[in-house]
Design a protein around this ligand. Structure first.
Ligand SMILES: *[C@@H]1O[C@H](CO)[C@@H](O)[C@H](O)[C@H]1NC(C)=O
Ligand SMILES: *[C@@H]1O[C@H](CO)[C@@H](O)[C@H](O)[C@H]1NC(C)=O
Ligand SMILES: *[C@@H]1O[C@H](CO)[C@@H](O)[C@H](O)[C@H]1NC(C)=O
Ligand SMILES: *[C@@H]1O[C@H](CO)[C@@H](O)[C@H](O)[C@H]1NC(C)=O
Ligand SMILES: *[C@@H]1O[C@H](CO)[C@@H](O)[C@H](O)[C@H]1NC(C)=O
Ligand SMILES: *[C@@H]1O[C@H](CO)[C@@H](O)[C@H](O)[C@H]1NC(C)=O
Ligand SMILES: *[C@@H]1O[C@H](CO)[C@@H](O)[C@H](O)[C@H]1NC(C)=O
Length: 669
């Protein structure tokens, strides 16, 4: 009897094992309540499986990506007798843990794709799915559901916390801010994707209905009754015979998150099994919230009592050392506010050794945030005026929301008496002018310089046209362009010039900017505009091409002003004579010629004759070629980037012969 029971049990166990093997090999249905090395997954990039069962797609390294796919393809055989069904259902649990509170990127996507090879795809706003040449192409056959934490205006993103359904490209067919329908309250509630909290997603497609639904909820909720997104779509037009299913995640160049998947269930032609929430792996503990053993509590209490007694005395000392200015209006900027103490520790007490440089606005120190290994640059700006400070801080904080790979990311600020402190991403290679003008740093090749010019142009275009508001930089020049570890150009210090405006007495027009980069109308009226930024960018183009500043008084009289000098060389038929001699002629002449002429075009005294940053970038990218114009056109301030205006000009000045001695370019200098 006893023996029989045992063999029965063994038999049952054997069958259970066989059945579970068969189930786990069923290529149309699977469930992972946590992952393991034997999960039949294909991983690439930063993706890895933790021993505790967590699937991590990326860590917080910048501009990286990671993918995970179920190893076996889904099969949709169109040539078989019965037409395949494209219905599917899946649910998964994810978490995005930002590197700094409120400062994470870029996002996660659920993907169905004919290939598992995304080696050519880009990180950042491309989410590890596409690159700029295949984005949007119907030959991709890719369906993705994106959970995107950064607003990319180029892809028409609705905000920096949205879910979207993407077909073959990153411009979502439908998208919405991340919310879920909370049944008990009968209303939609916002979910913050980069809160670090775990959330569950359900994606369902029913072929007969032709509806693809995406539903999101916090891990503690059941599946809401209403999906967040629902579109009618025919997947048979998108899918090929074999499709792989999985996830992609990417980090940004200025903000990054740890991207995790905790569990995943999938079913083709049926409803996906529900995940066992209690069985899912735990997220790693964040820094600073590690639990202390209970025995320590008593000791801590004693310590607290002791501390309280000495803290009275310490307070006065502390206030001198770490005291800050907080005002009521700053409350809403909480997340962007750094405590002075943290910054003090990060920079080892603002030691001279940490000093990176000191510029017009104040001293800049290098630091490492105590809670992470993130390197930062801390800029201390002394500021006497209280007046206008709240408006300025509001602007600075809103600029912290600017995201572009060619901008130096502003992470936050801190305020002390008479002082404003700004925290930026650290740029290991320092500023461009040290490469251009100081000896001892390696010479930048022409291709490096050209790339930096395009980087800065695309950053300025973003500020001028692609963000919610027009942002004027007001101080474009080589020393405000910083180089990251890959020598990409990043524009820094945007908007800081405003600080001087605010500090100024209303009756005086306090001009900010740097001589040689100031457009003549700016010196006259004091009003900055996108055209005054373009003027400064023109001076910057010439500065980089010629390896010298716009105005160098120690030179021969005819060489003092760079614009005049280039125009003179050009008139003599030797425009290349003006370019940086250290390049020793190692550059494609068309590119050098383009940069010099474009620099002149931007430097014209007539604001309307200057191109827009969009046009400038088109020229630099070779999408549009520069119109032919002569040095005389430039001297008359009449060369133009606009076809019609230019031909009008040619007809009204057919001979184009008068060269004015009082060049308009000289005016305002
Ligand atoms: C991320 O993972 C990669 C590869 O495992 C590693 O080289 C890198 O140091 C990690 N970065 C961080 C910030 O942990
Ligand atoms: C698709 O179906 C046809 C007809 O049933 C069959 O001959 C063919 O081998 C199938 N292809 C695949 C890849 O299964
Ligand atoms: C973009 O990705 C596609 C597909 O992986 C690849 O064939 C192509 O070479 C990539 N293009 C660039 C510019 O990286
Ligand atoms: C789409 O990709 C195919 C092949 O990859 C290419 O031939 C075609 O030109 C691309 N179409 C567009 C609009 O880029
Ligand atoms: C999608 O959501 C709609 C309600 O918006 C519902 O009627 C439909 O049945 C859902 N379809 C699937 C496949 O879940
Ligand atoms: C909640 O959001 C869904 C999807 O965005 C929308 O269809 C619905 O009308 C919203 N419901 C309420 C009560 O706001
Ligand atoms: C989704 O968007 C792509 C590109 O914008 C477009 O080609 C496609 O037709 C759209 N599909 C649906 C179902 O709207």
């Amino acid at each position: 009897m006893a023996v029989d029971c045992r063999s029965l049990c063994l038999l049952a166990a054997f069958y259970a094992a066989v059945i579970s093997m068969v189930l786990s090999q069923d290529q149309n249905e699977f469930i992972f309540n946590g992952f393991s090395e034997s999960s039949n997954l294909h991983l690439d990039g930063l993706a890895k499986i933790h021993p505790a069962g967590l699937l991590q797609l990326t860590n917080t390294s910048r501009t990286e990506k990671g993918h995970t796919f179920y190893r076996f393809p889904l099969k949709f055989n169109r040539s078989s007798n019965s037409a395949p069904s494209y219905s599917f259902s899946t649910c998964f649990v994810f978490a995005m843990v930002p590197q700094l509170p409120d400062h994470g990127g870029h996002g996660i996507a659920f993907v169905i794709s004919p290939s598992m090879d995304f080696s050519q795809a880009l990180g950042n706003d491309y989410l590890g799915l596409f690159n700029n040449s295949n984005n949007g192409n119907s030959t991709n056959h890719v369906l993705a559901v994106e959970f995107d934490t950064i607003r990319s205006p180029v892809f028409d993103d609705v905000d920096d916390n949205h879910v979207g359904i993407d077909v073959n490209g990153l411009k979502s067919n439908v998208s919405a801010p991340a919310t879920y329908f909370a049944k008990e309250e009968g209303r939609n509630k916002t979910l913050k994707l980069i809160s670090g909290d775990t959330m569950q997603v359900w994606i369902d497609y029913d072929e007969e209905e032709g509806l693809l639904n995406v539903t999101l909820a916090p891990i503690t909720s059941l599946k809401p009754d209403w999906p967040l997104l629902s579109i009618s779509i025919d997947l048979s037009e998108i899918f090929l015979d074999e499709m792989y299913v999985g996830f992609s995640a990417a980090t940004g160049s200025s903000a990054a998150s740890d991207h995790y998947i905790l569990g995943w269930s999938f079913s083709k032609n049926g409803k996906a099994q529900s995940l066992e929430i209690s069985e899912l792996p735990q997220l790693p503990k964040h820094d600073g919230e590690s639990k202390r053993p209970e025995g320590l509590v008593v000791i801590l209490l004693v310590a607290v009592v002791v501390l309280v007694t000495i803290s009275g005395a310490a307070y006065l000392f502390w206030r001198r050392k770490y005291g800050e200015v907080h005002e009521e209006w700053e409350r809403e900027y909480g997340p962007q506010r750094f405590s002075y103490k943290i910054l003090y520790q990060a920079t080892r007490g603002f030691k001279e050794k940490q000093l990176l440089g000191s510029g017009g606005f104040g001293k800049v120190y290098r630091g490492t945030l105590p809670s992470s290994t993130a390197q930062i640059a801390v800029k201390r700006i002394s500021h006497d005026s209280k007046q206008g400070m709240n408006q300025f801080v509001a602007e600075i904080v809103s600029m912290g929301r600017l995201r572009h790979r060619n901008l130096v990311q502003l992470l936050g600020y801190c305020r002390r008496k008479g002082e404003l402190i700004l925290v930026y991403d650290y740029m290991p290679n320092g500023s461009l002018d040290t490469f251009l003008f100081s000896n001892g740093r390696p010479l930048l090749t022409w291709s490096q310089r050209y790339r930096i010019l395009r980087d800065v142009a695309s950053a300025l275009l973003y500020l001028h046209e692609e963000w919610e508001q027009v942002v004027l930089h007001r101080d474009v020049k080589a020393s405000n362009v910083l180089l990251d570890s890959n020598l990409n150009g990043r524009l820094g210090d945007f908007g800081l010039a405003r600080l001087h405006d605010h500090g100024a007495k209303p009756e005086t027009t306090n001009l900010v900017g740097t001589i040689g980069y100031l457009a003549p109308e700016l010196t006259r009226t004091g009003v900055a505009s996108t055209s005054t930024d373009v003027f400064a960018f023109g001076a910057f183009l010439l500065e980089v091409a010629c390896g010298r500043r716009p105005m160098e008084q120690w030179r021969q009289p005819e060489e003092v002003f760079l614009v005049e000098w280039i125009t003179k060389c050009w008139k003599r038929g030797a425009i290349f004579y003006a370019c940086d001699p250290r390049l020793e002629g190692n550059f494609p002449v068309e590119e050098m010629e383009l940069v010099l002429k474009l620099g002149l075009l931007c430097s014209q005294s007539q604001p309307l004759a200057r191109p827009s940053m969009r046009q400038v970038l088109q020229y630099l990218n070779g999408n549009t070629s520069l119109l032919d114009f002569s040095p005389e056109n430039i001297e008359n301030g009449m060369a133009t980037s606009n076809n019609e205006a230019f031909s009008d000009f040619l007809t009204s000045f057919p001979s184009n012969s008068h060269s004015s001695t009082d060049s308009i370019l000289n005016k305002g200098r």
